[in-house]
Design a protein around this ligand. Structure first.
Ligand SMILES: Nc1ncnc2c1ncn2[C@@H]1O[C@H](COP(=O)(O)OP(=O)(O)OP(=O)(O)O)[C@@H](O)[C@H]1O
Length: 503
């Protein structure tokens, strides 16, 4: 049978970086084909060439046996390629249906489109209300919009760049059922993910990239996750060290915290956090995770007496002063919320570390201090980039995530709140980020980790609680907690059918 897609000796160079070199591989009809590689290995560059966003310098591609050299994404879509991106490209002010219509060449009437969206979302188990404004959607829901947008095109080749990173395990299972359904109909699927277990369970073949080159194409089921990781990095992964931590005095107290935001309102949230402790918060995205982080960071105002750091009421204190007091936060949306893509990494340090690190003094920016701080983050977190002058938007997704987390960790927080700290980060680097959080706690910081990755939460946290419908459950010690008990804490026996999924 003819392959749906073939790449022959593709190459691409960015200034100072050979992102792809002599890349050849193929995807067969009905195949779910994984692209694996550590952060910066060249996966996104490769799929951008297939989608017409980047032109290869060398080599060529074929789609359904014909030459594939798309001038732009529109040409790629017309040829039958669809793509779900790692970063969302949605307009906040528009509804789900309006956003989807914008991406279509000949959108049907809005009523008809809404109906089709509702039907597709129903049949693929991706609940979404076409009339909701995108501004009020969580990251997980935004991703559903992107996925549905692709499904409406009935593509021959569907490319997915880390589609499950914002989904719960249950939601991911449903997505895989969708992908299997599509593959059974002959669609070829090219699948980028850092979740090796997921790839082993669901993908038929895996092509592994290292430093821009194909190092192997394997049957992922025939290898352990550790073996796949070793092929990616060319070395063994390290083991997490949880030792050296002892909880100290209480640093943070949250009581009666309620918000009336556009998204999910928090309802009477209470928690305490001790120095040296890691509190894990699980739950389906869209249940108040972003709001909790925004309330703690000061982006959303809350009633007096609701947030206390070291006995000082910070509830009415603006974000910058909270950072100065030692309450730091790293939001999940790294491009846009956590970093400005057009700014250099050095300039991006100013966003949150400006006054705390003395990078801005008396209203003046100390450029060389910002440069040095950015360099320190790059070195400590192994951020793969030419240097502090590189624009944040030019970093691969995982490398920018490492930078954003590193910027806050090196900010010596008293309390650090992180949302999805290893989203889009490869297995080796994820272990490194988690270790950095454990080391930070060992030095006496209190840490709140909000994540949808239960394994991550179990690995890191001393106590675990769940956020569901804006309410936080009572925390339980993580030690000895079973996955079933966690399922119940998340709002019912399992996942999205039972836990609250915003309409
Ligand atoms: N627009 C750009 N300008 C300059 N360099 C770039 C650009 N896009 C990517 N690069 C560089 O090319 C290399 C490959 O990046 P790419 O995004 O393809 O990696 P990736 O495997 O998708 O990584 P990740 O898993 O972190 O998303 C990296 O070194 C990256 O910094």
């Amino acid at each position: 049978m003819t392959d749906v897609f073939r790449a022959e000796s593709l190459g691409k160079t960015y200034p100072g970086v050979r992102a792809n070199e002599d890349v050849s591989f193929s995807v067969a009809p009905g195949e779910i084909h994984a692209l694996l590689g550590e952060n910066g290995a060249g996966k996104s560059t490769l799929v951008k060439m297939i989608y017409g966003l980047v032109k290869p310098d060398d080599g060529h591609m074929t789609l359904m046996g014909s030459v594939h050299a798309p001038a732009d994404p529109r040409a790629a879509r017309a040829a039958g390629v669809a793509m779900v991106f790692q970063h969302f490209s949605l307009f906040d002010a528009l509804t789900v249906a309006e956003n989807i219509a914008l991406g279509m060449e000949n959108p049907p009437k809005s009523r008809e489109l809404s109906q089709r969206i509702a039907e597709l979302s129903q049949s693929y188990g991706l609940p979404l209300n076409p009339a909701r404004r995108v501004a009020s959607l969580s990251a997980g829901e935004r991703q559903r919009v992107e996925i549905l947008r692709c499904l409406l095109q009935s593509p021959r080749l569907l490319i997915m760049d880390e589609p499950t990173s914002v989904l719960t395990p249950q939601e991911a299972e449903i997505l895989f059922a969708t992908l299997r359904q599509l593959a059974a109909g002959g669609t070829a699927i090219l699948y980028i993910s850092h979740k090796l277990d997921e790839i082993r369970s669901h993908c038929d073949r895996a092509t592994i990239l290292r430093h821009g080159r194909v190092v192997n194409t394997v049957d992922p089921r025939a290898h352990t996750a550790r073996e796949l990781a070793a092929m990616m990095v060319g070395a063994e992964m390290r083991v997490i060290d949880r030792s050296g931590r002892k909880p100290g005095a209480e640093v943070l107290r949250v009581a009666g915290l309620a918000t009336a935001s556009d998204g999910m309102a928090l309802k009477d949230v209470a928690l305490t956090l001790r120095a040296g402790e890691i509190l894990g918060i699980g739950g389906v995205a869209g249940n108040g995770q972003e709001e909790l982080l925004s309330a703690l960071s000061g982006e959303i105002a809350t009633r007096p007496g609701t947030i206390t750091l070291d006995g000082v009421d910070l509830s009415r204190t603006p974000p910058e002063a909270r950072r100065k007091a030692g309450l730091l936060a790293a939001p999940e949306d790294r491009l846009g919320h956590a970093a400005v893509p057009e700014f250099s990494l050095a300039e991006n340090t100013l966003l949150t570390a400006g006054s705390r690190q003395g990078l801005i003094r008396g209203g003046l920016i100390d450029h060389s201090a910002a440069q040095a701080f950015a360099q320190a983050v790059i070195a400590a977190f192994d951020v793969r980039t030419p240097g502090p002058q590189t624009a944040a938007g030019a970093l691969s997704g995982g490398n920018l995530q490492k930078f954003v987390i590193g910027r806050e960790v090196l900010g010596k927080p008293r309390v650090l709140v992180v949302n999805q700290p290893t989203w889009g980060v490869d297995a080796g680097a994820a272990a490194q980020v988690r270790q950095a959080l454990l080391d930070l706690a060992a030095k006496g910081a209190g840490i709140i980790v909000i994540s949808q990755d239960l394994d991550e939460l179990l690995e890191l946290s001393d106590r675990f609680c769940a956020l569901n419908d804006g309410r936080l459950s009572a925390p339980r010690p993580t030690e000895g907690l079973s996955i079933d008990e966690i399922g119940l804490m998340l709002g019912g026996a399992h996942g999205m059918e039972v836990a609250h999924v915003p309409a």
